[in-house]
Design a protein around this ligand. Structure first.
Ligand SMILES: [Zn+2]
Length: 221
């Protein structure tokens, strides 16, 4: 008598590979993007194709599977790049609203961008940024705002305000620039006014709140 061994098996096909942010691992990891199809097997050999199982993305490190939408999230490397680009754009706008030649404000601006992760940021780079038009700067700031939680947006705005206040009280033009930055970051007018008032009062007292934008960087490894 012939004994046929039937079975069911899912066969995966890799559609692509790359690097993504794995929530489980808490960092950037390699992934494979796969699709599967169920087969009826005969003697363990895939024989009759059945339904597709749907696509997924799998972390090659922890093997966790995710829906493919996970690929739309930025990696920590992209996030860091957005943070630096956004901060550079903010720094230039707030400096131009006040006295861009003020050494105190420039020092503070360099610190803000360095703190955001660009260790090599210097006077030369700042000069380039100051020459950039608002039109090219704005998308970088809104891209940054879109990636940040509200608390992190408030911190970024506070960083900009501290640059403006490094050489004296906030002027009307600097206040207007701060409110503009807040709007581009995606904050409401009320949130902007709150951050400006808070930063103003803390700075007048001489305290220096710790940290900056970089505190809200995605958890890397
Ligand atoms: Zn993982």
């Amino acid at each position: 008598m012939l004994l046929i061994i039937w079975g069911l098996r899912v066969i995966y096909r890799t559609l692509g590979r790359g690097v993504f942010f794995c929530r489980r691992c808490g960092g950037d990891r390699e992934y494979r993007h796969r699709t599967g199809r169920r087969y009826i097997t005969v003697f363990f050999i895939p024989f009759i194709p059945l339904t597709k199982t749907g696509e997924h993305v799998q972390c090659l490190t922890c093997k966790t599977r995710y829906v493919t939408e996970v690929l739309k999230l930025p990696t920590t490397v992209q996030m860091q790049a957005a943070l630096i680009a956004g901060m550079r754009a903010m720094v230039a706008i707030i400096l131009r609203a006040g006295d861009p030649a003020s050494p105190l404000s420039r020092r503070r601006a360099l610190d803000a961008v360095t703190g955001a992760g660009d260790g090599g940021y210097d006077e030369e780079a700042l000069k380039t940024d100051l020459a950039e038009s608002v039109d090219t700067a704005r998308p970088k700031i809104s891209a940054l705002g879109a990636q940040l939680q509200i608390e992190a947006r408030e911190w970024c705005l506070a960083e900009a305000i501290r640059i403006a206040m490094a050489d004296g009280p906030l002027t009307g033009a600097e206040r207007a620039a701060a409110e503009h930055l807040a709007a581009v970051l995606g904050m409401t007018q009320a949130q902007a006014v709150g951050v400006i008032a808070l930063t103003d009062s803390v700075s007048s007292r001489g305290d220096d709140p710790p940290g900056g934008c970089s505190n809200f960087d995605v958890t890397g490894e």
